[in-house]
Design a protein around this ligand. Structure first.
Ligand code: G6P
Length: 587
């Protein structure tokens, strides 16, 4: 939800560098963009609606400066207009600010400052105007601190002031990371934005402020004292955050599942044992996550029941707080999040912690807020995931939950063996013929207005996830159901030719799902079967390997591909679906 990038350092191409960094953060928001820098003793601002990816390389080559800030926006307060794009300035045009998050008391500050001075409808502009007001009475840093004291809500901000050669940034609730290069510093919402320049980072924690001058200094916003920070080396290669030869990140990330399952298994055994003990000792285990991660949690419920013989409760993170009265100090909340920054998940964690419960998180982004605020945290090691629609993170999360289920049963090595085998089966499955066939299926159903998906047991959550994938990138109305629920309502929606995906694993519920598929077929549905074995009821058969209880991992991949081809065949951009953002840091 909005991307921030700022630079201060030895290069005089800061504006172009900021544009390039923002282009790597575009997955966080792509309604509009803007940059600011001091040029010829004035604050220069360029903003525009539309995508930052459309800005040409070297667009600011004639504007030399060593410090610049920039932003790519996902609109919350105020429509998608040039005025509402960041950076925002104070009344004198001397303070420039970029912001990610929500200022909850912005209306009150607007009323106080007088509406006439505002040029935009955003909550962000109140920060610029307040700093500008205080700046008249005190120095820049004090003015920023005094402003921050007034702000309620979640934010990451970067501010510059005409005539001052340093940046000030602060964080409360929205991510901000400092990349530390040689005589240069990068401030960004996410690491891939500066990965080509440095792998050394300082994470800004909540209620911290950083001043980026010739060096960097961190301060606590609560005590005002200086803080020493540990430099962390990130083990991500710059290429892994690039598209490479693929047209889209989504396809690249789907194909990466040839290796990512194995990377998810790359866990420290002592850490797994600690986590397993925490799960075993818990009285009341809850799974929670949002969107796709939530569907992974639901699948985890089945894995834990089937393999570890443990009952867990799932709630989407946005619904979790109302269950607070079931939480006790012995309870365990297990959160799943690709980004590690999702606001609803953080809120669920706050609720659990307020009851003294422990939190275990499974995240992809090392050092993310969710991982740092957890008692225990495991990394899924999928590498940067840039496409808004989650793909490789999904199967890695599933793999890690399945591995944990095995470990709880005392069968960690067996779990590893099973999942390694699944990894190599996925490698074989993702061959050119397989992709061509899925594209052909997509061609046949791309004009459909509605598409339904059924699954049962651990593949029921995958039917829901399939619907999310198809909705997100193809805009086709897609809905997933538990196969057995069809006859209780949804079957009324089936008419001649309605495409239906039926996920049928080789398990004890197979016969039931086949029967439900026959029920669909007899109402005229066009059946696309996802199964290890063919069946007469299928109009199309997408053959997947038979991997036992791990079937959700192999079943979801062809559906990710189908969603991708539905999107591209319709001329859409699967990496940047309308109205969505990769990381949702507002409630
Ligand atoms: C957003 C994304 C989804 C994602 C969800 C949870 O809505 O568009 O793809 O599943 O957030 O994100 P997380 O980073 O917590 O897994």
């Amino acid at each position: 939800m909005c991307g921030i990038f700022a630079y201060k350092g030895k290069r005089d191409t800061s504006l172009d560098l900021v544009v390039k960094g923002l282009q790597k953060l575009e997955y966080r928001g792509y309604d509009s963009w803007g940059v600011a820098s001091e040029i010829d003793d004035n604050i220069f601002v360029e903003k525009s609606t539309g995508k930052i990816s459309e800005v040409k390389e070297g667009a600011f080559a004639d504007k030399k400066s060593h410090m610049a800030i920039g932003h790519t926006r996902w609109a919350t307060h105020g429509g998608v207009t040039e005025e509402n794009a960041h950076p925002h300035l104070d009344g004198d045009g001397e303070i420039a600010i970029v912001h990610n998050g929500i200022i909850e008391n912005f209306q009150e500050i607007r009323d106080e400052l007088g509406h006439g001075i505002f040029k935009s409808e955003t909550d962000t502009e109140v920060i610029a105007q307040l700093i500008g007001k205080y700046r008249k009475e005190m120095d820049f840093k004090e003015a920023v601190l005094k402003t921050i004291e007034r702000l309620e809500g979640r934010y990451a901000i970067v501010v510059m002031n005409k005539g001052e050669e340093f940046l000030i940034a602060a964080r409360r609730g929205s991510p901000l990371i400092v990349g530390v290069g040689e005589d240069e510093y990068f401030l960004a919402s996410d690491i891939p934005a500066f990965l080509e320049y440095t792998q050394d980072v300082n994470y800004l924690d909540d209620n911290e402020l950083v001043v980026v001058d010739g060096g960097i200094e961190f301060f606590s916003l609560e005590t005002g004292e200086k803080i020493e920070k540990r430099l962390v080396n990130i083990d991500w290669q710059a290429e892994s955050a690039e598209k490479g030869d693929y047209d889209h990140y989504m396809l690249k990330e789907i194909m990466e599942q040839k290796e990512t399952i194995l990377r998810a298994l790359n866990q420290d055994e002592d850490q797994i044992n600690t986590v397993v003990e925490a799960i075993k000792n818990a009285r009341g285990t809850f799974f929670s996550g949002c969107g796709t991660a939530g569907k992974v949690c639901m699948t985890g419920e089945y894995f834990f029941a089937a393999i570890a013989d443990r009952h867990v409760n799932f709630q989407p993170a946005s619904e979790f707080p109302i269950y607070h009265h079931f939480l006790r100090p012995e309870s365990l909340l297990v959160t799943v999040s690709q980004s590690g920054e999702t606001a609803d998940v953080l809120e669920a964690m706050e609720v659990a912690k307020s009851k003294g419960s422990k939190v275990l998180s499974l995240v992809n982004v090392e050092g993310s807020t969710i991982s740092r605020e957890s008692d225990y945290s495991l990394l899924i090691n999928a590498g940067p995931e840039k496409a808004v629609a989650s793909t490789k993170a999904t199967t890695s999360q599933l793999a890690l939950l399945l591995l944990l289920a095995y470990a709880i049963k005392g069968q960690l090595q067996e779990g590893r063996r099973h999942l390694s085998e699944v990894g190599s089966q996925i490698n074989d499955m993702l061959n050119p013929r397989f992709l061509t066939y899925i594209k052909e299926v997509a061609e046949k159903v791309k004009e459909a207005n509605d598409l339904y998906i059924i699954g049962k047991a651990e593949n029921y959550p995958m039917a829901l996830e399939a619907a999310i994938k198809i909705q997100e990138v193809s805009y086709i109305h897609a809905q997933g159901f538990p196969a057995g629920e069809l006859k209780h309502g949804p079957i009324a929606l089936i008419t001649e030719g309605t495409p239906c995906l039926s996920i049928i694993a080789n398990d004890e519920v197979k016969a039931d799902v086949i029967n439900n598929t026959i029920e669909l077929k007899s109402r005229g549905a066009y059946i696309i079967g996802i199964a290890p074995e063919n069946n007469d009821v299928f109009d199309e058969w997408i053959k997947v390997p038979d991997v036992g209880v791990a079937s959700p991992l192999v079943n979801i991949i062809p559906i990710q591909l189908l969603a991708y081809y539905l999107s591209t065949l319709k001329g859409l951009d699967p990496d940047m679906p309308r109205n969505l953002a990769k990381s949702v840091t507002v409630k």
